[in-house]
Each structure stands twice: as structure tokens, then as C-alpha cells.
Design a protein around this ligand. Sequence first.
Ligand SMILES: NC(=O)c1ccc[n+]([C@@H]2O[C@H](COP(=O)([O-])OP(=O)(O)OC[C@H]3O[C@@H](n4cnc5c(N)ncnc54)[C@H](OP(=O)(O)O)[C@@H]3O)[C@@H](O)[C@H]2O)c1
Length: 249
Amino acid sequence: MKDKVVLITGGTSGLGAATAKAFAAQQARVVFCGRRAEQGKALEAAIRAEKLEATFIQADVTIEQQVEQLVSETIRLYGCIDVAFNNAGANLYTGPLEQMSSEQFIDTVNLHLTGTFHALKYEIQAMKQTGGSIINTASIAGVKGVGQGIAAYVAAKHGIIGLTKAAALEQARNQLRINALVVGAIQTEQWLQRVSAQPGMFEKIAAAMPTGKIATMEDIIPMITFLATDASAFITGAALAIDGGITAG
Ligand SMILES: NC(=O)c1ccc[n+]([C@@H]2O[C@H](COP(=O)([O-])OP(=O)(O)OC[C@H]3O[C@@H](n4cnc5c(N)ncnc54)[C@H](OP(=O)(O)O)[C@@H]3O)[C@@H](O)[C@H]2O)c1
């Protein structure tokens, strides 16, 4: 990854932040966004303190103009984008579909699906001449129904996989590869905070996993690195499961 330019959306915490650190540690030049400036600036400083390269740009992926600026600022800084990791997301609402308001549904779809569309649109414009790799964070909820009151999230994550496949076919002749990650529960800070608030929940979730284990971010990052490099040169339009076997049955 030395000197590769990597753009990450949703890099201020969780999987995006861990990926920003991992790519920077591999000598990549990392640009990442999120809405929280304090977290973004703190991560930027922590990476730079290691004499590595990272730049935080505040941007909300639901606002097209901010995504356009994020991409154009990255190009202004480095002249190109080699790898994009479209990862911004959150499970905004939990509750039965019949009680969900249109606003709650639209907000969720807007964040995940429209946000990924905005990122893809400007990244493709920037990358189609040079080629590269784009990785979108989907979920196991993007390939199967999850009946835990997260219907809007399920619909949006299915949409991300559809968008990934269509965009991959459009860009296949440009050496621009576009893939999606199918991930299950990951032990990010926020996930751990939520789960540890309910005694016994961590053990219950782990017991329900085929492997008996819940993914750590270190379990996921090697796949992101693999998709970012030429080692995966013949993989495009794929929804790749790194889920400890959850979607196997
Ligand atoms: N953790 C899991 O168990 C799990 C499972 C399956 C899929 N995923 C997916 O993995 C991705 C990362 O989640 P995570 O677990 O790492 O959660 P996280 O720690 O909450 O990180 C989410 C990131 O997305 C950013 N974000 C949220 N809304 C945004 C917006 N409108 N514009 C720009 N950035 C935005 C957040 O930054 P700001 O708040 O600063 O904007 C943050 O950097 C998400 O797409 C999520 O759906 C996670």
C-alpha cells in the first residue's frame, strides 16, 4: 500500500478508524471523513504522531455537495485516489416495520444507500481513468432478512449490494473494481458499549455464532487490504462474506 491514496468514509470511529490506522501503517496516504470533527482531528493527530500520513475532512455522506468536496479535496491533495472504502453507516432505528415512520425509513436508506451512491458517483468520476478498488461496507443484513426490528437497515444494505454489482459492471472495462463486504457483528467500540449494557448479551451472541466467536476488527481488516491490492485483481462485483459462517446456513 506504500504511497497509495486511500479515501475512507465513516473513518472517525469503529471499523473505518481501525482501517485508516491499518492503511496508514502500511505507508498509504489516507484521507477519511465523518461528521464529528473532534474525533476526526484526534485520529488524524494520533496517526501523524506515528509519522504516518492521514488527513481528516469533515463531511456528511448524505449531503452530495460535501461528498463532492471530499473527493475533490483528496484529488487536490494527492492527485488521484487508488482505493476508496465506503463505510459510513449506523443502525439508526430499531422497531417493528409497521411502527416505523417514513422519516425513520428514509433517514436510514439515505445514510446507507444514498450515502454510498454519493461516494461512488464522485469516486468513479475521479478513478475511472486510472482504475483502482472501491469497497463498500454492506452487512449480513444485505444478503438475508434479519427480524430484529431493523427492516430499513436490511433494505438499505441489500441496496448497497445491488449498487455495488451494477457499478462494478459499468466500470469493469476501466480496471476499476467495486466490491462489497458482508460482515456480521464486529466488536467495535460502540457495538461493545451497546452490548455490554445488557448483562450476558455478549455471551449469548457469541454462542449463536457458528464459530462461537464474534469478529474483532482485526478479523475484517485483512479482507479490506486484500480487496485494496492487486492480489484481488480478478474480483469485482462480489459481495464477500467475512462473517464466521453466519450466512452459510
Ligand atoms: N459493528 C458491527 O457489528 C457491524 C455489523 C455489520 C455492518 N456494520 C457496518 O459497518 C460500518 C461501520 O460501522 P461501525 O460498527 O464501525 O460503527 P461506528 O463506530 O458507529 O462507525 C460509523 C462511522 O460512520 C460515520 N458516519 C455515520 N453517519 C455518517 C454520515 N452521515 N456521514 C459521514 N459519516 C457518517 C461515523 O462518523 P460520524 O459519527 O463522525 O459521522 C463513524 O465514523 C457501517 O456501515 C455499519 O453498518 C457494522
